[in-house]
Design a protein around this ligand. Structure first.
Ligand code: ATP
Length: 334
């Protein structure tokens, strides 16, 4: 498979001197053609700046950006074979939905009949054939988001950049759109570069994920690798709940300096006075699971239990069990 987007030691620094902010710091990245790739990270970690550099809205301070093998580092946005869907949709309020979708073709000077035909095809693709004559204000948030998608896809970009496109939607609609977006991407085979700070969204939609932390790409991998084998403490914590042990405890568990155990990998047994005994501090019910906090020799351990299990009460003594492969060694912590 060919490489769709590559970043070669790309940095972006805003401001000068003491005020300088290194928003993106020597990032190397290679995204395959047809891949659904997600940049995941907390607010301010550099995801949007990275995407804006690929789209051409922000210029890198150093490094090269290639799309389809072509160096586009200094090309303006319109000259790049990419299109962007922004979180706020950026639809034109005074134009009909169909004209909004056809806008990119109008700018290119495509004739009206072709424009309308292509816009109607795109609206059908996003299941909005009925609303072409309406204005954006007459649509729901989810429908507006689909219009923004149709508008970005009409010019058949090689790569679609999506900056937190589902951020403004409520949870149910967001989940529905996640499924639709993923299906659409598969159907079209276009490379999607998606940004989110929501780990569930990233894990459920992506072929691969790149985790950002303070301008650096901390780990790139499949959702399963990122979740089961996080390389660092930051990634372990950011993509889910994690019990991290350092020092003597880590050496005892895996002869390492730092290890991680996911809460759902821990099981409970009856306390027998062995070294794995602990006392339940509290428990929270989440419907799909119950979360316990257990004091284990001075450390608080989080344990997730399936809803079938009757959770012990605070003050109860319990025995913690896990399979050997549940203990994952982390790289040295910062
Ligand atoms: P969010 O999820 O909140 O959008 P992000 O991960 O996308 O966050 P960026 O928007 O890329 O993060 O910001 C990275 C860093 O660069 C932040 O410290 C931010 O304040 C800074 N930054 C971004 N744009 C500019 C700018 N135009 N001028 C100065 N600093 C900026």
């Amino acid at each position: 498979m060919s490489v769709a987007v590559s970043l070669e030691s790309v940095s972006c620094v805003f401001g000068h001197g003491a005020q300088a902010v290194r928003a993106v710091d020597r990032v190397d990245l290679s995204i395959e053609g047809g891949e659904f790739f997600t940049l995941l990270g907390p607010s301010g970690s550099g995801k949007t700046t990275c995407l804006r550099m690929i789209g051409g809205f922000t210029l890198p301070s150093a490094g090269r950006i290639l799309i389809g093998g072509q160096d586009v580092s200094h090309l303006p946005p319109y000259a790049r074979p990419v299109n962007t869907v922004f979180q706020d949709y950026a639809l034109f309020p005074h134009m009909s939905i169909r004209d909004n979708v056809a806008y990119g073709l109008m700018v290119q000077g495509v004739d009206k009949a072709t424009r309308h035909r292509r816009a109607d095809e795109m609206l059908e693709l996003v299941r909005l054939s009925q609303v072409g004559v309406r204005r954006p204000a007459q649509l729901s948030g989810g429908q507006r988001q689909r219009v923004a998608l149709a508008r970005a896809l009409i010019k058949q970009p090689q790569v679609l950049l999506l900056d937190e496109p589902l951020g403004a939607l409520d949870l149910k609609l967001r989940e529905q759109m996640q499924t639709e977006l993923k299906a659409l991407q598969r159907q079209l085979g276009i490379t999607f570069l998606f940004i989110t700070h929501d780990q569930h969204e990233a894990l459920s939609m992506s072929d691969r994920i790149g985790v950002f932390n303070q301008g650096r790409l901390e780990q790139v991998g499949t959702p399963r690798a990122i979740y089961d084998q996080p390389s660092t403490r930051f990634v372990a914590d950011f993509v889910g709940a994690a019990n991290v042990f350092d020092g003597a405890r880590a050496r005892e568990l895996a002869q390492a300096d730092s290890v991680m155990l996911r809460p759902e990998r821990i099981r409970l047994g009856v306390a027998d006075g062995s070294r794995l005994g602990g006392m339940v501090l509290d428990q929270q019910y989440f419907g799909a699971f119950s979360r316990l906090r257990v004091d284990w020799r001075g450390e608080t351990v989080t344990v997730d239990l399936s809803p079938q299990a009757v959770p012990p009460a605070p003050g109860d003594m319990v025995h913690l069990h896990w399979d050997a492969d549940a203990v994952h060694v982390l790289e040295a912590t910062a």
